[in-house]
Design a protein around this ligand. Structure first.
Ligand code: GUN
Length: 279
C-alpha cells in the first residue's frame, strides 16, 4: 500500500502560513484575476481563486470579460493593472477564446506581477536557475515532495507531458534538485519502457489511464497532475489509481493531491510578489 501524498492537507498548511505572513504586512496582497468568455471549467477555477484570496486575507479583484473581448481590450486592461499599486499579482485564466493570441496576452503581464510564472522572463529565469515566479503546479509538486522527504537527487525522474505550464518547468525543477530527468510526450516510443525506469513519475497528459500498473516500477513515487472525468463522470487523473497504488511507494490522489497545491502556490506567489513590491 502506497503512502497517500495529501496535497489537500499540505495546501491548508501553506495557506495558513501565507495568511499569517500577510497579516503582518502594511498593505494586504492584491490579486487580479481575468476571465474571458464562458468556459465552465475556467469559471470553477476562478471561483476557487477568489475563495483562496478570502481565506488568505488578500484583496481580490475579478474581471469577467465577454467572449467577444478583443485582444487589444484585454491587453489594455492588463496594462492598467500593471500600473496599479494595490495589485501585486495578475492572472489571466487560460484557455482564452479563439482569435486571442495567448502568448501576446501573457507577455503583456508585467513579469513582477506574473504570479502564474508564465511570462518568458520567469520561464527563462527558471531555465538558468535565477529567481523568478515558479509556475504553480510544478512548484506545488516540489513542495509535496519536500514535505514527504522525497529527494529527487540522483533519482530517475520521468515527466509525461511537455507543456510550458507543467511538463517543461516540472522537468527543470527536478533537474535543479539533481534528478536525472526524461520528458516523454505523444511521440515517445514505448512509453511503458521509459516509465518503468522512473523512481519519480509525473503524469501530466490529461487522459484517463495513461499510466497503468505495468508501467510503474515497484516502489516508485507517482504524481498525478491531471483532472479528468472517466466514462462514469467521476473525477480522475492520468493514473489507474486502484492498480498503481498497489505498486507505488507513494502516490497523489485525484482529487486532493496536486490540484489544491496549485491553488496554494498561487497564494504563495502573490504573497511573494507583494513582499517584493513593498520592499
Ligand atoms: N488554466 C488552467 N490552469 C491554469 C493556470 O494555472 N493558470 C491560468 N492562468 N490558467 C489556467
Amino acid at each position: 500500500m502506497a503512502t497517500i501524498l495529501d496535497g489537500k492537507a499540505l495546501a491548508a498548511k501553506v495557506k495558513e502560513q501565507v495568511k499569517q505572513e500577510a497579516e503582518g504586512m502594511a498593505r494586504k496582497p492584491g490579486l487580479a484575476v481575468i476571465i474571458v468568455g464562458n468556459n465552465p471549467a475556467s469559471r470553477v477555477y476562478v471561483n476557487s481563486k477568489r475563495k483562496d484570496c478570502e481565506e488568505c486575507g488578500f484583496l481580490s479583484e475579478e474581471y469577467a470579460l465577454p467572449e467577444e473581448t478583443t485582444q487589444q481590450e484585454l491587453i489594455t486592461l492588463i496594462q492598467e493593472l500593471n500600473g496599479r499599486a494595490d495589485i501585486d499579482g495578475i492572472l489571466c485564466q487560460l484557455p482564452l477564446p479563439d482569435g486571442i493570441d495567448e502568448e501576446a496576452v501573457l507577455m503583456a503581464i508585467s513579469p513582477e506581477k506574473d504570479v502564474d510564472g508564465f511570462h518568458p522572463m520567469n520561464m527563462g529565469a527558471l531555465l538558468v536557475g535565477k529567481d523568478g515566479f515558479l509556475p504553480c503546479t510544478p512548484y506545488g509538486i516540489m513542495e509535496i515532495l519536500a514535505e514527504y522527504n522525497i529527494d529527487p537527487k540522483g533519482k530517475r525522474c520521468v515527466v509525461i507531458g511537455r507543456s510550458n505550464i507543467v511538463g517543461k518547468p516540472m522537468a527543470l525543477l527536478l533537474l535543479q534538485k539533481h534528478g536525472t530527468v526524461t520528458i516523454c510526450h505523444s511521440r515517445t516510443q514505448d512509453l511503458g519502457e521509459v516509465c518503468r525506469t522512473a523512481d519519480i513519475l509525473v503524469a501530466a497528459v490529461g487522459k484517463v489511464n495513461v499510466v497503468t500498473a505495468d508501467m510503474v516500477k515497484p516502489g516508485a513515487v507517482v504524481i498525478d497532475v491531471a483532472m479528468n472525468r472517466n466514462e462514469a463522470g467521476k473525477l480522475c487523473g492520468d493514473v489507474d489509481y486502484p492498480a498503481v497504488e498497489k505498486v507505488a511507494s507513494a502516490i497523489t490522489p485525484v482529487p486532493g493531491g496536486v490540484g489544491p497545491m496549485t491553488r496554494a502556490m498561487l497564494m504563495k506567489n502573490t504573497l511573494l510578489a507583494a513582499q517584493k513590491h513593498q520592499g
